[in-house]
Design a binder for this molecule. Structure first.
Ligand code: PAF
Length: 326
């Protein structure tokens, strides 16, 4: 636990006012990106909905931009109850709930509609329930969009261009396997270290969706963007078991419904950035390429050995069911 997190790590403050007129519970919500990102917009919407439905009995306190540490630390904080809520990528999730890793398999989803359908349907909802087993309450799947590769070496046209590329990945075994198989030099790293590592040239590049590339101003430290869309990037809205178990059923509904509204806002943000982000990044000086249909097929073929590992770790029938979902 880092110092910031420790200083923030106090139990939810319940403030009773004289006469018992109002008791407010503080909900510390941590997320990795700026308030103007898809996470910030979703956290704001979640707050508004919960505050309206509970007449202000829950007071959200935001810790954006990794203010409570990296995503792994924040999920651990939610797990032990020192942080009440987070919106977090799938980066370290499979270390907590291994089954979530199935959604991190490259080229699994065709497009956003396909991913949203699976996550909102029985497969996604069943995996959300598995968070209960590790002391976390997962209320909804959100998203970041499809991940693309940025670097300072050049635009990527074919799998061979990945050779030796020092690419920061999330601390995510499924992603690490993919980039190792492609011949890159994957460097797993917590997000708060990434900008500094890019500035110092410790790594050549990183991969993230347009939502992150724009909101974290990666154009300032990366010259080339390749629209690879190599993997969908889910996010999840979590609350701590300690907070949850102290709530009335009505308050639980307020959090659940607020999470659904937050996801709608987040997806709206993603839709917008998917259509306007590329032009914005080009205007900021990035040189942008896109994998051709042939190159995408070549990447999928180059990942054959990685898929064998995924089939050994995850139920192959489930993977095929996800791919076939309409
Ligand atoms: O790359 C990551 O670690 C994640 O996508 C990020 C930027 C922390 C957002 O969740």
């Amino acid at each position: 636990m880092n110092i910031l997190m420790r200083s923030a790590a106090v139990a939810a403050i319940t403030i009773g006012f004289a006469g018992g007129a109002l008791a407010q519970t503080e909900v510390k919500i941590g997320y990795a990106l700026a308030p103007a990102s898809h996470y910030g917009v979703a956290a704001e919407k979640w707050q508004e909905a919960v505050e309206a439905a509970t007449e202000g009995r829950y007071m959200f306190r935001h810790f954006p931009s990794s203010g409570l540490g990296g995503e792994r630390e924040v999920v651990e904080g939610v797990q032990i109850g020192t942080i009440e809520a987070t919106i977090v990528s799938s980066g370290t999730l499979s270390n907590f709930v291994p089954d979530t890793g199935v959604f991190d398999i490259p080229f699994l989803f065709r497009d956003l509609a396909h991913a949203r359908g699976v996550l909102d349907g029985p497969i996604g909802q069943e995996i959300l329930e598995k968070f209960d087993d590790v002391g976390l309450v997962a209320l909804a799947w959100g998203e970041q969009g499809f991940r693309h590769i940025t670097n300072n070496r050049g635009v990527i046209d074919e799998p061979g261009d990945m050779a030796g590329l020092k690419l920061r990945t999330m601390e995510n075994p499924v992603h690490i396997t993919a980039f190792q198989t492609l011949g890159a030099a994957p460097t797993p790293m917590a997000w708060p270290e990434v900008i500094g590592a890019l500035q110092q040239g410790v790594i050549d590049g990183q991969e993230n969706p347009l939502s992150v590339i724009t909101s974290a101003n990666l154009a300032e430290v990366q010259k080339y963007l390749t629209l690879s869309g190599h993997v969908y990037s889910p996010a999840v809205l979590l609350v701590s078991r300690q907070l949850w178990d102290g709530m009335s059923d009505a308050d639980k509904d307020a959090f659940r419904e607020g999470a659904a509204e937050a996801v709608t806002a987040m997806r709206g943000f993603i839709d917008e950035v998917e259509s306007s982000g590329i032009e914005r990044l080009r205007a900021q000086g990035m040189e942008i390429g896109e994998l051709s249909a042939e190159a995408r097929t070549a990447f999928q073929e180059a990942l054959a050995a990685a898929y064998e590992q995924y089939y050994a770790s995850y139920d192959r029938a489930l993977i095929e069911q996800i791919i076939a979902a309409e």
